[in-house]
Design a protein around this ligand. Sequence first.
Ligand SMILES: [Fe+2]
Ligand SMILES: [Fe+2]
Length: 356
Amino acid sequence: MSRQTRRSFLQGAGTAGAIATLPLSLVEVAFAKPGQNFTFAYISDSHIQHVEGSKFVRNWDRGLIRAVAEANLLQPRPDFVMYGGDLAQLGTKAELDHGADMLGSLRGKVHHVMGEHDYYLDLGEYWSKLFGPQWYSFDHKGVHFVVLNSILTYDEWTYERWPSAEQRMLEMAGLDNPNGSPFMVGDRQRAWLAKDLAKVAKSTPVVVFSHSPLQKIYKGWNFWTEDAEQVQQLLAPFDKVTVFYGHVHQIQYNQIGNISFTSAMATAWPWPYPETYAQAESHLPKLTVHMNRADPFFERDATGWQFIDVHTGRAATHYNLYNNKVRTVAFDAASGRPEDTAYQAPGARIAPQSHF
Ligand SMILES: [Fe+2]
Ligand SMILES: [Fe+2]
């Protein structure tokens, strides 16, 4: 995509963002030769929820239907669509079937990431039947893509602690739940990842998809992956690494060493930015950047549109949010971290919020 074309696209996205909430991300992977560039779209966290019979929670249905419709209208056509997990709310066949039906209208190839709401009822059995393997990699036009299942946890919690699958699902679905358990990628998958990455040149751009953040943000809400550092270590030798994740239903970005982290917004609902981020000192990560709080009082905050450009290996994200200014978070070489210049730079008109 040429610079001119990219600008035109952003203008189009900005216009659309001004009139509607677009629960969708489009990611561009750009190379030195524009002919090699490509884009992919990203949709996440729809939480399709069964009520009874043929009834599902309407709002969550509508969010996904709109994302699918927008994805089908994207120009240039994305090479594929990534679905970021939490398609279902309680992992039932009815919810996964209904979600899969809606996603079935997408044009082109769809890849899937496992979310905890998809997993903890039957431990991914039906999801895998519908969507395939829970972790894998593929190469596309010079980029190595890795999909991880990052929402696994300890065997005892998974297999022995709960009298029923339904209770296990409910315990993992709650926030601030002392009965929950931290997410992890796990030994088996990390061994697979090490082997997978061994055959990839260090100069090849690597893009990783997980559901939970591969960093430790807030344990009480499982915005957390227990073995995040070990996964980061496996990614450390590569020049350009970008991690995209869902799960948090809010805008987050971070830079840890060579790895850029960007969250995908949800099609269902936004999570607030809790005061407890500042209260639970022992669980706070050393975030290299603050999180963008677009509008914590707006109920559709963090359910907007993102255009993500990863051509430098450091994601630059353009947020087009309903009832908000278009914002850009881009890697700043001088500070060595991503920044939202209009929001966070010294002298910015909008003061950064104090409680991250
Ligand atoms: Fe979610
Ligand atoms: Fe989730």
